[in-house]
Design a protein around this ligand. Structure first.
Ligand SMILES: Nc1ncnc2c1ncn2[C@@H]1O[C@H](COP(=O)(O)OP(=O)(O)OP(=O)(O)O)[C@@H](O)[C@H]1O
Ligand SMILES: [Mg+2]
Length: 317
C-alpha cells in the first residue's frame, strides 16, 4: 500500500453520539486524507481520534459523510486488509497466546493451518516466542501490548491501525514498541496509522500527521511542515531588572514575552545564547538560568489552535 495515493479519505464525515446530556458531535465534517506510509493521528483527549479510527474500520456507522478506502466506496472486503490494535485492553482471557492469536487469524479469514503458522511467526516477531504458551491474563502491560500488535499483524495486512500503542508502557517498552512499528513500516513496507499523545513518537516514526481538536482537523500535512511551524523558545530567568531585560530584548528585535516570571524568547535555532547573556549583564541583572525549551505536544496544539483561529478570522478556512 505504500505509494503516493491516499489509502483512506473521508468526505464530510460526521459522527454523533447520543448521550444522557444530548448529542455529542465527535467528528465534525472531517475531510481527512491519509496517504500511505507512516501517519500519526494526534489530538488531546476527546478530540475524536478513536472515533475516527473505529469509523474507518466499520466498527461505528458514520452519521453523515463517506469513507473511501483505496479509492473505493464499497470497501467491505478491503477492511480485511487492515490490522487493528485497539485502544482498550481487551485481553482479559484465560487462553494462551497461541490460541488467542490463531483465533484472530481465523477470524480474519486465514485457514486453520495457515493461521497457526502465522501465529508462531508473529509471536516470535514481537518477542513473545518464549511466552507463547502462557495464559494471556498473566502477561505484563508491555507483553499485552505486544500481543495486541501480533493480533494486528497475523493476517499480514497492508495497513495497520494502532490506537495509542505506547500508552502505559515504560520508557524501554515504548522504545521497543516504536522499534517494531518502525520496522513494520520501513522494512516490511506496511502502511501505519497510529494515534498518540507523544510528539517524540510522531517525530521518530511518521512522515505525515493529522491533528484533531474537538472533532475538527487543525492540521494535516508532512512532518517537515510540523517541524517548521514548531517554534523553539529560549527560557530566561533573571533575579532583578526583569522588565528592563525584556524591553531591551524586544528593542533589539527579539520576540519575547513574560510567562510565569520567566522571559520566553522565540528562537529560529540560530540565536546565540552569549548575546542574551550580554544584555542581562549590561543591565546589571543576574542570570539564574538560560535554556532552550524543546517544544512538546502541548505547545504544538496551542500553536496550531492559534493558527487555526487566525486562518478562520482571515477567511482562510
Ligand atoms: N460511546 C460513546 N458515547 C458517547 N460519547 C462518546 C462515546 N465515545 C466517545 N464519546 C465522546 O466523543 C468524543 C471523542 O471521543 P474519542 O474517544 O474519539 O476521543 P479520543 O481523541 O480518542 O480521546 P482519548 O485521547 O482520550 O482516547 C469525546 O467527547 C467523547 O466523550
Ligand atoms: Mg482514544
Amino acid at each position: 500500500m505504500q505509494g503516493s495515493q491516499n489509502i483512506i479519505e473521508t468526505i464530510d464525515l460526521v459522527k454523533d453520539y447520543d448521550s444522557m446530556e444530548g448529542k455529542i458531535r465527535a467528528l465534525d465534517n472531517l475531510n481527512v486524507k491519509i496517504p500511505s506510509g507512516a501517519v500519526a493521528l494526534i489530538g488531546p483527549n476527546g478530540s475524536g481520534k478513536s472515533t475516527l479510527i473505529r469509523t474507518i474500520l466499520g466498527l461505528l456507522e458514520p452519521t453523515e459523510g463517506q469513507i473511501i478506502i483505496n479509492q473505493e466506496k464499497n470497501h467491505g472486503n478491503l477492511r480485511g486488509n487492515i490490522g487493528y490494535f485497539p485502544e482498550q485492553n481487551i485481553l482479559i482471557t484465560k487462553v494462551n497466546a497461541v490460541k488467542f492469536i490463531s483465533h484472530f487469524g481465523q477470524l480474519s479469514g486465514l485457514s486453520k493451518s495457515r493461521s497457526m503458522q502465522r501465529t508462531h511467526e508473529v509471536l516470535d516477531y514481537v518477542g513473545l516466542g518464549e511466552e507463547r504458551y502462557r495464559v494471556v491474563e498473566k502477561y505484563s502491560t508491555g507483553m499485552k501490548q505486544r500481543l495486541l500488535f501480533a493480533s494486528a499483524l497475523v493476517h499480514d495486512p497492508d495497513l495497520i491501525i494502532l490506537d495509542e500503542p505506547t500508552s502505559g508502557l515504560s520508557p524501554e517498552g515504548r522504545e521497543e514498541m516504536l522499534g517494531l512499528i518502525k520496522e513494520i513500516n520501513k522494512k516490511y513496507n506496511k502502511s501505519i496509522l497510529f494515534s498518540t499523545h507523544i510528539l517524540k513518537d510522531v517525530e521518530s516514526i511518521c512522515d505525515y500527521a493529522i491533528v484533531l481538536n474537538k472533532g475538527k482537523i487543525i492540521f494535516q500535512g508532512g512532518i517537515e511542515e510540523i517541524r517548521k511551524i514548531q517554534k523553539k523558545t529560549i527560557i530566561l530567568e533573571v533575579d532583578n531588572n526583569k522588565d528592563e531585560v525584556l524591553n531591551e530584548l524586544i528593542k533589539q528585535g527579539y520576540i519575547a514575552s513574560l510567562s510565569k516570571e520567566r522571559i520566553c524568547i522565540e528562537s529560529d535555532g540560530s540565536m546565540e545564547l552569549d548575546k542574551i547573556t550580554e544584555i542581562v549583564t549590561k543591565l546589571n541583572s543576574r542570570l539564574i538560568s538560560l535554556k532552550n525549551h524543546e517544544p512538546n505536544l502541548q505547545d504544538l496544539f496551542l500553536h496550531l489552535i492559534d493558527r487555526d483561529i487566525d486562518q478562520y478570522n482571515n477567511g482562510g478556512i
